[in-house]
Design a protein around this ligand. Structure first.
Ligand code: GLC
Length: 411
């Protein structure tokens, strides 16, 4: 039966930090037709995401859960330990409050957008007898998550949600249920005019090569430093920028990246100051625009790779690893057009070679970047994406979910 009131949706996320999934959520909510949708967001902590949502006039509620639980990293979460047992015990009263809240507010649909909210919010939605959609931003795979969490998520994916929306085929192919694949959108105001891209000057004596993203082993900052050493042999004036900060407990990895840089400086293969650490920037447009090459160095398959789309719509030449969602983004519609240079994951010499290829033949790289801009602006259009997601939500509420099918050929 078609509902007469606007569809009431509660989106649940465990974190208010601005990780990739949260940026994707913000972009989606900003583009949704909220005349016909009553969307609210429930977070387990206050923070930057809540501020951005309020600024976008999306109602936000915070049901606080101790940071001890929301902030635990994925590796520790997967361990059977005393700390996890005590976290579990502290979760019980929170679950009771969450179920009560869902029972009282009676949304038509609960949408969860992070692994922790998929499990915690998913269970609560089930107990409160609310329909549930998982919006999956992570590959549920052993090379990405602890195997105990992979097993749990796979079992839960069959039992909890009515529908799983995945951010890529790569993500969809890691869960044992049919998914609807909807890539995250890009805000329309991110797309640079083609004229501006065409007028971008060729790199000078000091080309700028950057990696944008939170500092994490899954993003490959160490591989980036290794590649930087090789690029610097051929283009000694190159500046390498690490743009982003460690999130979700990756401080040790950040130390490791700095140690690699220090070792290269000690060996004289990188000059002091040649690697610049920019830190977290909330709107990375200026940083991206200042790059001659944007590097996506993820050594393990990335679920999607939003920054790849960001580089494309800004018309910045791109070098990315051939794995996960990035392959889907960088491959154009006809299936074999490459809108950036793809290299083998974890292969620093290949990364360096691709960066040099951009610097050595800039007109070619720029032509590719122009094609990338047009393709990405069309394929990741925010209005289209928001329409696809809200249609899917409507269909779940009116129980028409049989038509969702995953293409299981993707890796
Ligand atoms: C997560 C994924 C990333 C993706 C983003 C948006 O942060 O790790 O690959 O781009 O979500 O879907």
């Amino acid at each position: 039966m078609t509902k007469t009131h606007p569809l009431r949706v509660v989106v649940v996320d465990h974190t208010a930090e601005l990780g990739g999934a949260e940026v994707a959520l913000l972009r989606l909510l900003r583009a949704l037709d909220r005349e016909n949708l009553d969307v609210r967001v429930l977070l387990f902590n206050d923070g930057p995401l809540a501020d951005e949502l309020r600024a976008a006039h999306v109602p936000v509620a915070i049901l606080p859960l101790t940071k001890d639980v929301t902030g635990v990293d994925r590796v520790s979460a997967g361990r059977a330990s005393l700390a996890n047992l005590s976290r579990g015990l502290r979760l019980a009263p929170f679950m009771v409050s969450l179920v009560r809240l869902l029972r009282i507010s009676r949304p038509d649909l609960v949408v969860t957008t992070s692994l922790k909210s998929d499990l915690i919010g998913g269970l609560a939605a089930r107990v409160a007898r609310r329909r549930l959609v998982w919006h999956l931003h992570d590959r549920i795979a052993d090379d990405y998550l602890p195997s105990s969490l992979v097993r749990l998520m796979r079992v839960a994916s069959r039992r909890l949600p009515r529908l799983v929306i995945a951010n890529s085929q790569a993500t969809a192919s890691t869960v044992p249920v049919d998914c609807l694949v909807v890539p995250p959108p890009i805000d329309n105001d991110w797309v640079l005019d083609a004229d501006v891209v065409a007028a971008r000057p060729a790199p000078g004596e000091h080309p700028v090569v950057g990696l944008v993203g939170r500092i994490s082993p899954t993003k490959g900052q160490v591989e980036f430093i290794h590649a930087a050493v090789l690029v610097a042999q051929k283009h000694p004036g190159t500046v390498f920028r690490v743009i982003g900060a460690p999130l979700f407990g990756a401080e040790d990895y950040a130390e490791q990246v700095r140690a690699e840089q220090q070792a290269a400086e000690d060996a004289g293969t990188l000059q002091p100051g040649q690697v610049e650490w920019i830190g977290f920037v909330s709107d990375p447009r200026t940083q991206i625009d200042a790059l001659d090459v944007l590097v996506h160095a993820s050594p393990v398959p990335e679920p999607f790779g939003q920054v790849v789309v960001e580089a494309m719509v800004r018309g910045v030449p791109l070098v990315a690893t051939r794995a996960g969602g990035a392959v889907e983004i960088v491959t154009g519609d006809d299936g074999d057009e490459e809108l950036g240079i793809l290299v083998t994951p974890g292969d620093a010499p290949a990364l360096a070679e691709a960066i040099c290829a951009v610097l050595d033949d800039y007109p070619k790289a720029q032509a590719r970047a122009l094609a990338a801009r047009t393709s990405a602006a069309r394929r990741f259009d925010a209005t289209d994406t928001a329409a696809r997601v809200s249609q899917a939500w409507q269909r779940v509420v009116s129980r028409q979910t049989r038509a969702f099918r995953t293409d299981r050929t993707a890796g």
